[in-house]
Structure formats: C-alpha cells, structure tokens
Design a protein around this ligand. Structure first.
Ligand code: TRP
Length: 335
C-alpha cells in the first residue's frame, strides 16, 4: 500500500532549539517509520525577510541539517530537500498567485502578526507578503496529504487548500491534493526566562548544539517562582519554568511529583530542582550533541545528502508540473 505523504519544513535562520525538538523534531523521527516523509529546508521563504543577508540563510542550511540528523531523522527513511533547488516550486507559486486575491492574503492572521513583529511598516516585501502562496507550492508540489505544523501555521494550510480547490475546479481536473494539518500534541515549550514561547529572537532558547557548559548555565538561570526566596519558603509550581520542563522531559513522573510536593510545602531550594533538571536534560541531549558533532565534521557528506534528496524531489516535481501544465493547457509540446 502506498504510504501517506507528509511534508514539513523549517526556515534556516538559526539553529534549532528544544522548542523545535518537542514541537516537531521528535514527531518527525516517528512519522518517518509510518509515512513517506519529506523535510524541506525553506531557504527561499527565509529570504523573504532576509534578502540583504543571504549568508545567514545559506550558512544555516548546514546547521539545520546537522540538527535534523542528530535527533535521528534518517535520510534512509526521510527525503530531505532544499527549497531553492526545486524550480517547480517557484513556477507553481506564480500560477497560484492568479488564484488568490490581495485581500485574501491580507487577511492571513499569521502574516499580519509577522508584519507587525518584523516592523515592516509600509515597506512589506512582496515576496514576504505572498509567502503563504509560495508555501502552498511547497506542499502541493509533492502532493502532501499531511502537514505537521504548529498552530500558527494553520492559516497556511487553509490557504493551500483553497488554492487546491480553486485549481482543480477551474482547470476541471483533480490534479492537486488537499493537505491536512497535523497539530503537535505537545504544549508549547516556554523560554528559559518564563516567556510563553522559546525563540531565537527572544534570546531565551536552549539549542541542540549548546555545549554541556552552556546548557548548565542556561538551566541555572531559568525562571522559577520569584516569591520563592528562602529555601524554607513554600514555592509555586504554576508558571515555574523548571517544573514545566520537568513535566515535558523527565521520565520519572513519581520523582517529579515528589519534588513538586516538597517545593510547595517548603524546604526545597531552586538549585536542587535545577540540578535535577540538568541531569535529565543532559541524559537526553548529550547523545544528540555528540552525534551532531560527528555530522558537523563532515560538511561535504551532509550537503551531498541534501542534494541527493533535492534531486529526488525534482523528479517528483516534474511529474506534478506536467500534470499541472496539462490541466491548464500549457503543454505546448503536445500540440
Ligand atoms: N512557514 C514554516 C515556518 O515558518 C516553514 C515552512 C515553509 C513549511 N514551507 C513549509 C512548513 C511547508 C510546512 C510545510 O515554520
């Protein structure tokens, strides 16, 4: 039986952190066993707000690939590819732009938020503005049926499916396939400063590539209960980042519960809890860090893997493109 096609991806603008790990990377190591999985490095999308800094994007392609490999996304099971190596994505984008109104793109809540966050004001790059259309091309070029994403990406999937339906209706052929969003079951990981979201630009992230020392320093600086001043004071678990992380990462739930009880009662210092979290994180991420170092040493091999995957996707994309052009009556060589 043919496996369900899955596509996911990341913009290569920074190294991947523990938020990515719980939100998507772990999921990908599982999906590759049951699905036909494509993982795309979205360099073109990263350029939509980094046009003046292409090195940042190109350098992070390798870094992000090392992160993927280190956590166990396996090129034998998953096809990795680089977005800019697939010309059909750009071609499809142009075709899809005719199927979407400016007003429709303007309504996209994620794009709206990002425009504010990035401070574009009146100077929004057109490429940025239309990136949801470009993303529809990423998804449809491999005819993805499932797209695992964070909640902020739901508007992109919705937009994609509107394009799919418009295309198939207008060109009277079921060429494109609708995609289903698969939302991560894992709650969002807060930053080490207690902010709701871990993020590169927020300066509150623990990276997969962090050394043991960096990890220890970050864990020791983590946000806890600001009212828990003396060891004998009772402390609060709610919004206490160290306990949130223990809930996510510690396997020994009984021990975590015992720590919580003790902390709330009073008599348990923050440092003790942090040291336990550090032990838990070190056990989980030291092997990943070591594997990452090995891949990092062999840039040529990692890049070759990405190029081979991209070549495979070019093959897939040519088939999609031929069907698209035929449906649109653009298959001139047939006349
Ligand atoms: N927009 C996604 C993000 O910012 C990255 C992305 C680009 C993507 N193309 C995609 C994700 C296609 C899933 C499918 O994280």
């Amino acid at each position: 039986m043919k496996k369900t096609v899955v596509l996911t991806g990341d913009r290569p603008t920074g190294p991947l952190h523990l938020g990515h790990y719980v939100g998507s990377l772990l999921n990908r190591t599982k999906l590759q066993d049951t699905h036909e999985q494509f993982v795309m490095i979205a360099d073109m999308q990263a350029l939509t707000d980094n046009a003046d800094n292409p090195e940042k994007v190109s350098n992070h392609i390798f870094e992000v690939a090392c992160d993927y490999l280190a956590v166990g996304i396996d090129p034998q099971k998953t096809t990795f590819f680089i977005q800019s190596m697939i010309p059909a994505i750009a071609e499809l984008s142009v075709m899809y732009m005719n199927l979407v109104t400016v007003a429709r793109v303007q309504r996209n809540p994620t794009v709206k938020t990002e425009i504010q966050q990035k401070g574009f004001g009146q100077s929004i790059p057109v490429g940025f503005f239309v990136y949801p259309i470009h993303q529809a091309a990423d998804i449809t070029v491999v005819k993805a049926q499932v797209v695992p994403v964070g909640e902020d990406q739901l508007p992109m999937i919705e937009q994609t499916n509107e394009i799919v339906r418009s295309f198939n209706r207008i060109y009277k052929k079921e060429v494109l396939v609708e995609a289903q969003a698969l939302i991560s079951q894992c709650p969002r990981l807060p930053g080490i400063d207690g902010q709701a979201k871990m993020g590169k630009s927020l300066n509150n992230a623990i990276y997969l590539k962090d050394s043991a020392d960096e990890l220890a320093k970050k864990v020791r600086s983590m946000y806890t209960d600001p009212h828990h001043i003396r060891v004998e004071d009772s402390g609060s678990i709610e919004g206490n980042t160290v306990f949130t992380y223990l809930d996510v990462f510690a396997d020994d739930k009984t021990h975590v519960q015992a720590l919580k009880d003790h902390y709330q009662k009073g008599g348990l210092g923050d440092m003790k809890v942090k040291n336990y979290l550090l032990e838990v994180l070190e056990a989980k991420f030291a092997p990943i860090r070591e594997r990452r170092k090995e891949f990092q040493k062999d840039r040529a091999q990692v890049m070759r893997m990405l190029i081979e995957g991209s070549e495979r996707v070019v093959g897939v994309s040519l088939k999609t493109m031929a069907e698209v052009k035929e449906a649109m009556g653009l298959n001139y060589s047939a006349f």
